[in-house]
Design a protein around this ligand. Sequence first.
Ligand code: PLP
Length: 372
Amino acid sequence: MVVGVHRPTKLVIDRQALRENIHTAVSRLAPGCELFMVVKANGYGHGAIQVAQAAKDAGATGFCVAILDEALELRAAGFNEPILVLGVGDPADAPLMAEKRISATVAAQDWLTEAHQYLALAHVTAPLQVHLGLDTGMGRIGFKTSSSLQTAVAYLNAHADLNFEGIFTHFSTADSSDDHYFKQQVATWKALTSKLTRLPRYVHVSNSATSLWHAECNDNMVRFGVAGYGLNPSGTEVAAPYTLHPAMRLVSELVHVKRVVAGESVGYGATYTAQQPEWVGTVPIGYADGYERRLQGFHVLIDGQPCEIIGRVCMDQLMVRLPREFARGTRVTLVGRDGDESISLQDVADYCGTIHYEIACGFTARLPRVYE
Ligand code: PLP
């Protein structure tokens, strides 16, 4: 997809905010505990390479991604730190992962056996770094029983081209004020891992929420994601123990301003009809940029004032009602602060009935990311 550099719509990413959020998290860790920054999905939409650099500057010692291609992007950019792929990949890629020193999440014995066959055929000199994933209640991927875990560990120990580098689980409710299910997962994790005679280099359970509200569980590495971007993992349910600085703003400009008379309609489906003479502005952003169609009726900020989005959000444009005539080229803030008013990703997510993670990741490649 082309990047739209010839229009005024852009995501502005505040690297200092990223560094502050991550530095604060690193400074709260117990001695010997490391922070791996989660930069999957293009750094939650912020730009994986730029976020990885900011995280490294702030004290992160490794990275987590979702898929192998994201790990390869970091390696190609020159990052030599440990990188863990959190999702289950293709066993056929085991030799490539070993060669590039990219750690694999292993969630089942058959994957391990197949990966080992590929490694044997490829004659790779470095071992594949393996993190065993345990399913303690997330219900997504991982070993669930002590016997299957013991079998996998024995298999790793028996094969020199496989290195047991890490073991982890993922909590599904660490961002909730109700810790009932969280405690059940912790108990399951302890029951499974306590039977191991040797723990690997990295033992990790914490996402942002766990590191913010259950830091006693951290073990020796945290997989720090959304809070590094300045977003509260719980949305608004639980207050963060320290200030998070949102790193993403979305801005544009008015590209067209006009007067409509009473009875004139705006946008596809003519869903909005002016009841009186009004000023209407057009902003060059739409659902093809990840600015969702559901945002009809929401608002943007112009000259420090909220202006309602009227009519349907189009693929590439949307229309807003203006309190007065504004010049073409007037700044429009879709996410961020303008004067005393601000719109957060959380506000956008609330309006869309989703979470800020989805909004941030949903901004498409057509939007330029500009770093300040
Ligand atoms: N660990 C795993 C396994 C994940 O899937 C994720 C994100 O989805 C994270 C860590 C980071 O979570 P968060 O962004 O809430 O910190």
